[in-house]
Write a protein that binds this ligand. Structure first.
Ligand SMILES: *Cc1c(COP(=O)(O)O)cnc(C)c1O
Length: 437
């Protein structure tokens, strides 16, 4: 009998396999060639029969041409930055898919000429917040702050409270970001208390603007005081308010969270926010404010470097005009309904021999806002040993490990995904019987 290593199937023979040929058209030739080369290597090492090489290569193909893995977020953190912040609504997903080809993002189909880029998304935002004279969009809120600081305070002073010098995550600090524009920071007040007089004493001919930053990822309690926008608006200099989370109007479930409409009504000249936190949309920066100021921002050369792409515009418009977002549904889900789902899921899994219990849980809004808010929830508790295999699944299922249990929090899992959650657990808790040969 010939040594199997001599009978390594040829690359073109393997690539002619209908599954591999179809995959090359779908995923691109590079990923398919890599799977083929790996299968040939295994044959060469004697680990794989030559006639199984095509099967092995087909089985090793990645499911998509991206290494990003879809995740079921059962962490109980509604806006999980490491999991891509807000999950998009179905309407937003459809909109961005529809915009993926050529689209009239800055073309007037009726007139046959150029049109204002992103006019649909801008109109939807302006309609949602009529308190704003005009609106503009950037790549994210950090970009919105850079644009505002550049236009209002390059070479001049930004006056802000010492209690609002915020690190937003991954080592990025807003004061450093603001200084990178060539603005100087004038810190006023103390860590715990800042008064209107502190701001007033710092104003002068060098003042570019006053900036109020919402501490969206921490709270201070005790002997504390901050100056509300309505008072800052009496100072006679432009007031910029970074509200962070992107609520457009007050939210009944999150009474402590600032919102754009209230801030503008209180006299802020410009509000900046993220679109992918509580607003529940794609990553983008929102700028809302006085018409003349917003137009200056939109015309600044830097605006071109910070502009949003057509996919973002499509998804944002659909978020603003569409049905309740997954974030909104997670925030407002009824605890009794969550408990009923947890009971049903745990009972199903127990019926299949899995060690699973339903328990009450506590979900959180996450880095996107309302750091102290606790949202009553329900979890399915599993053995903690399942955490790693569940994260290795496709889709990956990510929960929270607590002691020797893995808690799957249902507040952050859309009800429509309960079946996918069950399948994910079944796939690792009951290994398939060995394949017959
Ligand atoms: C999240 C946040 C930012 C940063 O926003 P990105 O959209 O991530 O750039 C800035 N300021 C505040 C107050 C925030 O909460």
């Amino acid at each position: 009998m010939t040594d199997p290593r001599r009978r390594v199937p040829r690359t073109d023979t393997l690539l002619a396999d209908p599954r591999l040929a179809a995959a090359a058209r779908r995923l691109g030739p590079g990923l398919v060639r890599r799977a083929v080369t790996e299968a040939q290597e295994r044959v060469r090492r004697g680990e794989l029969a030559p006639e199984s090489a095509a099967d092995a290569a087909a089985g090793a193909l990645p499911p998509a041409a991206t290494t990003l893995v879809p995740v079921l977020n059962a962490t109980g953190v509604v806006i999980h930055t490491n999991l891509g912040r807000a999950p998009l609504s179905t309407a937003a997903r459809e909109a961005l898919l529809a915009a993926a080809g050529p689209t009239d993002v800055e073309f007037d189909l009726a007139a046959g000429g150029r049109a204002r880029r992103g006019r649909g998304a801008l109109a939807a935002l302006a309609e949602a917040v009529p308190e704003a004279g005009a609106v503009h969009l950037t790549n994210n809120n950090a970009a919105a702050l850079v644009l505002a600081a550049t236009v209002l305070a390059q070479g001049r002073d930004i006056v802000l409270s010492r209690g609002e010098m915020v690190e937003i995550g991954d080592g990025f600090r807003l004061p450093d970001l603001l200084r990178s524009t060539g603005a100087r920071l004038r810190e006023v007040g103390t860590t715990n208390r800042t008064h209107l007089a502190d701001y007033r004493d710092a104003l002068g001919p060098e003042t570019g603007c006053v900036l109020k930053i919402h501490p969206s990822n921490f709270t201070t309690t005790g002997f504390v005081s901050a100056v509300p926008v309505a008072q800052l608006a009496t100072l006679g200099v432009p007031v910029v308010h970074d509200i962070g989370s992107g609520l457009l109007r007050p939210h009944p479930a999150l009474p402590g969270e600032p919102d754009a409409a209230t801030s503008l009504a209180d006299g802020a000249d410009l509000v900046t926010a993220s679109a992918d936190k509580l607003l529940g949309g794609p990553q983008a920066g929102l700028l809302l404010g006085h018409r003349e100021l917003v137009e200056r921002l939109a015309r600044h050369p830097l605006a071109r470097a910070l502009r949003v792409d057509k996919l973002t515009l499509a998804a944002l418009e659909a978020t603003l005009r569409g049905p309740a977002t997954p974030v909104e549904q997670a925030l407002t889900a009824c605890p009794d309904r969550l408990a009923a789902r947890a009971d049903a899921l745990a009972a199903t899994l127990r019926g299949e021999g899995v060690d699973a219990q339903a328990q009450p849980g506590q979900a959180r809004v996450g880095g996107g806002g309302a750091p102290e808010a606790v949202l009553p929830s329900a979890v399915v508790a599993l053995p903690a040993a399942l955490a790693l295999p569940l994260r290795a699944g496709r889709p990956a299922l990510v929960g929270r490990v607590h002691g020797d249990r893995l808690l799957l929090d249902l507040r952050t899992v859309p009800e429509a995904d309960d079946g996918a959650l069950l399948d994910a657990v079944r796939a690792v808790a009951r290994p398939a019987p060995p394949a017959r040969t």
